[in-house]
Design a protein around this ligand. Structure first.
Ligand code: IPM
Ligand code: MN
Length: 371
């Protein structure tokens, strides 16, 4: 019996998450375990009513769960950044989910915008650093002169910046990116370990030719960690170049490790080459703690409640959740039934089919039980 927290969130989030839960319930029935769900009412609706994002009580309560299954957040009525930072990033940071694992894998029977590429060509994994870089949340906008003390406190370290900025410009804005040795090393070790289980190739992404301090450190740490993995073939790619190669030669990649912000950007590109955002799952992983699984797409408010959203990314994220719980067989069955549903043409409109969100969930759940 596993206790799993579910957070539907906004827009299409609740309906795709319901579909995912249905599939995971079918998988647990089939493979002899059980999931006890607890829904958390976290999202825009509650924020607009009460001003609450994630409460202290909820953070405390969430500690009692084996994993978190997350739908999506984002709502047109709320200023950009509030829900993203106050909910999604707050959860990632609070539980120190320092790995953002994003498989870029084209499933059999799906479409890719890349001419002449097949599932044999598009099958790699991006390991995105998930706790540092330009996501640490330090910055401000101001006019004239500003003296501030800025502080970040993380599990790994705390840093204080004392800034005294004076500017003649009408207005300036700055945002500070932070990369630490420990933060880089832990995500790189995870990526090397993963590469060891795959094809033993690891690409490190950075922009060390311009952002020489933060990505210079990133590069040094990568070189040091690589010495412990002599069997893994490594290379550096600048982030601008990596976007070209994802498009032209995706078959070159096996595992890719990247700082947070570049990882955000290149995984949307990755999602598109694997067939679209509706197919791209992600895991926010703390190997020693509580991990959280979600589709990488947003809340698509205009499709809310219409039963048209593609639930595959969420169901696939559910498969990753099962894997994380150690239910490897069940996890593989979920992914295989996703592929089966695609082969049978049970797909939503974005994939050229006519099935509704719940049809896809019902079909996959049944397929798992019929194994
Ligand atoms: C993602 C999203 C988030 C990110 C946003 C919603 C905070 O784009 O998961 O890729 O930037 O990490
Ligand atoms: Mn993103």
């Amino acid at each position: 019996m596993y206790k799993v927290a579910s957070i539907g969130g906004d827009g299409i989030g609740p309906e795709i998450l319901d579909t995912g839960k249905q599939v995971l319930d079918a998988a647990s029935e089939k493979f002899g375990f059980a999931i006890e769900w607890r829904d958390f009412d976290i999202g825009a609706e509650r924020y607009l009513k009460t001003g609450e994002l994630v409460t202290e009580d909820e953070f405390t309560e969430l500690k009692n769960y084996s994993a978190i299954y997350f739908g999506s957040i984002g709502d047109d009525r709320v200023k950009p950044g509030i829900l993203e930072k106050g909910i999604l990033l707050a959860l990632r940071f609070h539980f120190d989910q320092y790995i953002n694992l994003r498989p870029i894998k084209m499933l059999e029977g799906t479409w890719t915008p890349l001419a002449d590429k097949t599932p044999a060509d598009i099958d790699f994994t991006v390991v995105r650093e998930n706790s540092e870089d330009f996501y640490v949340g330090i910055g401000s906008r101001f006019t004239g002169r500003e003296s501030v003390e800025l502080e970040i406190t993380r599990q790994l370290y705390s840093i204080k910046f004392g800034l005294d900025v004076e500017s003649d410009s009408d207005e300036i804005a700055y945002q500070i990116g932070v990369v630490s040795r420990e933060g880089s090393e832990r995500v790189m070790r995870y990526a090397f370990d993963l590469a060891m289980q795959r094809n033993k190739q690891l690409t490190s992404v950075d922009k060390a030719n311009v952002l020489t301090d933060i990505y210079g450190l990133w590069r040094d740490v990568f070189t040091e960690v690589a010495a412990d993995y002599p069997e893994v073939k490594t290379e550096f790619n600048f982030v601008d170049a990596v976007t070209m190669w994802f498009v032209k030669n995706p078959e070159w990649f096996d595992v890719v490790v990247t700082p947070n912000m570049f990882g955000d950007i290149i995984t949307d590109l990755g999602a598109m080459i694997q067939g679209g955002l509706g197919l791209a799952p992600g895991g926010n992983i703390n190997p020693e703690g509580i991990s959280m699984f979600e589709p990488i797409h947003g809340s698509a408010p205009k499709y809310k409640g219409m039963n048209v959203a593609n639930p595959v990314a969420t169901i696939w994220a559910g498969s990753m959740l099962l894997d994380n719980l150690g239910e490897h067989e069940a996890a593989a069955a979920v992914l295989s039934s996703i592929e089966h549903s695609i082969a049978k043409g049970v797909t939503t409109k974005d994939m050229g089919g006519s099935a509704g969100t719940s049809d896809v969930g019902n079909w996959i759940a049944k397929d798992i039980l019929a194994r």
